[in-house]
Unconditional design. Structure first.
Length: 243
């Protein structure tokens, strides 16, 4: 990492979409901080791949649901320099029909996606405001736009991000800080491959295929760039016309 190099924190950066986002940002010359909740080995594998490609990255682990742990981790990262890009990609599924959903299922999913967003974003805002430059990008889901059977908790968590980001965009606009949401649909990877058959994808997605993690990452990388300085408060789908 060089002193003038921009830094990005990507939560959930060790997954399929998160890893693609980290790679895309690194290829734009950004030093990427790859976050994982506990899977340090996977985060370090993303870091090694980025470094092998000539990029700059490091791995961190902390629990986004733990306010104290997250704040301490963010403050430690800020001690090494400003973080001008936050991509909140972390999220989990724990699906069930709401009539039979356990309270723990409801809270756990919302804790990671929505409360985790507050825990990690809030301590970054004033440092971004002081440098008068920042990019905040939350990864949501088409489920937050359309709803999805068995995912009231997940859809609620991601839809909550939409309102939070739209409001945050208004709050931080005068400091040249943008805030946007990227809402993927069915994206190829470990989770979707185990959930959707090729026939289900053809029936559900108008483009009749799953998206690629790199297609999500390309949009995120653009929104993080200087070229997207006037785009804020938007919810942008990457879903093959599902929404």
């Amino acid at each position: 990492m060089t002193p003038s190099q921009p830094r990005a924190l990507v939560t959930g950066g060790s997954g399929d979409i998160g890893g693609a986002i980290c790679t895309a940002l690194a290829r734009q010359g950004v030093h990427v901080i790859v976050h994982a909740n506990s899977g340090l080995a996977r985060a370090e594998a993303v870091v090694e791949a980025i470094r092998g490609d000539g990029g700059s990255a490091e791995a961190v682990t902390f629990d986004l649901c733990d306010t104290t742990a997250t704040r301490a981790a963010v403050e430690a990262l800020l001690a090494d320099g400003t973080i001008s890009i936050l991509v909140h990609n972390a999220g989990i599924h724990d699906d069930a029909l709401m009539a039979g959903m356990r309270e723990t299922q409801w809270h756990r999913v919302i804790d990671v996606s929505l409360h985790g967003f507050f825990h990690v974003a809030q301590p970054l805002l004033l440092p971004m405001a002081r440098q008068r430059r920042g990019r905040i990008i939350a990864i949501s889901s088409v489920a937050a736009v359309l709803g999805n059977r068995g995912q009231t908790n997940y859809a609620a968590a991601k839809a909550g991000l939409h309102g939070a980001v739209k409001s945050l965009a208004r709050e931080m606009a005068s400091r040249s800080i943008t805030a946007n949401v990227v809402a993927p649909g069915v994206i190829a990877g470990r989770l979707s491959d185990a959930t959707f058959s090729p026939e289900q994808i053809r029936q559900t997605v108008p483009m009749a295929r799953a998206g690629k993690p790199e297609e999500v990452a390309a949009l995120v990388a653009f929104l993080a760039s200087d070229a997207a300085a006037y785009i804020s408060g938007q919810i942008i789908g990457v879903d093959g016309a599902m929404s």
